[in-house]
Design a protein around this ligand. Sequence first.
Ligand SMILES: Nc1ncnc2c1ncn2[C@@H]1O[C@H](COP(=O)(O)OP(=O)(O)OP(=O)(O)O)[C@@H](O)[C@H]1O
Ligand SMILES: [Mg+2]
Length: 228
Amino acid sequence: MDRVKTGISGLDEILNGGIPLHRHVAVYGGPGAGKSSFCFEYLYHGAKMGENGIYISLEETPDDFLDNMANTFSGFTDVDKLVKKGNLEIVKPDKLEIESIAEVLEEAISKNDVKRAVIDSATMIRMSFKDISDYRQTIFEFFSLLRSLDCTALMAVEAPGQDLAATGFEIEHFVMDGIINLYNLGKGETRIKALEVYKMRGTDHVRDKVPYKITPDGIKIYVGEKVF
Ligand SMILES: Nc1ncnc2c1ncn2[C@@H]1O[C@H](COP(=O)(O)OP(=O)(O)OP(=O)(O)O)[C@@H](O)[C@H]1O
Ligand SMILES: [Mg+2]
């Protein structure tokens, strides 16, 4: 099976080599859990390896987003260069509509040979719908489209609570090929970040919650270490 190496330290080991090619993964987590940083780093390593990436930011403007990422990952000194060369593109579509997002994505893939995509976040798309069943139908159709495209995508999804099973499953859980949960767990007086591969169609993977840190040189996942 062909796999896409995320380049995130520890993650490819957890996934037995990477995300299966052309599979699409939801990155779940509460506020500040690290969803955007995680998704950005996936694109960053791709861009460095010659796989162009597009980050569709539905909330932050490209400038604000790049500013935040430059502060978080101060060791990634070549981001501007990758952006200028077109290996990494951050886009904020004018409209929140899924049709605009699909258009942006299709164009990036056909015109700029994009192989990695991020949509941040599904929750923003959901907010543009008055009727939840319309949203479900649209997201389902969007995933049918994604499946026909030559890219491997991550979609950030804001989780309403820490425990996925307790907060109830939604359409995104079923249509996505994989789910990676990011947690901000309370430990004594502090909080630690943890990551869990909840599902990944087509591959075995580590099932434990594993502690992780955001560092200036990238996310570090401490495979084999316990959260508590
Ligand atoms: N340089 C850094 N070192 C350590 N931790 C950092 C650093 N920069 C950011 N963080 C942590 O990352 C968190 C933000 O991560 P990120 O924006 O990726 O989360 P998110 O899940 O996308 O959040 P939101 O729900 O607000 O979109 C911060 O709240 C902080 O805890
Ligand atoms: Mg975010």
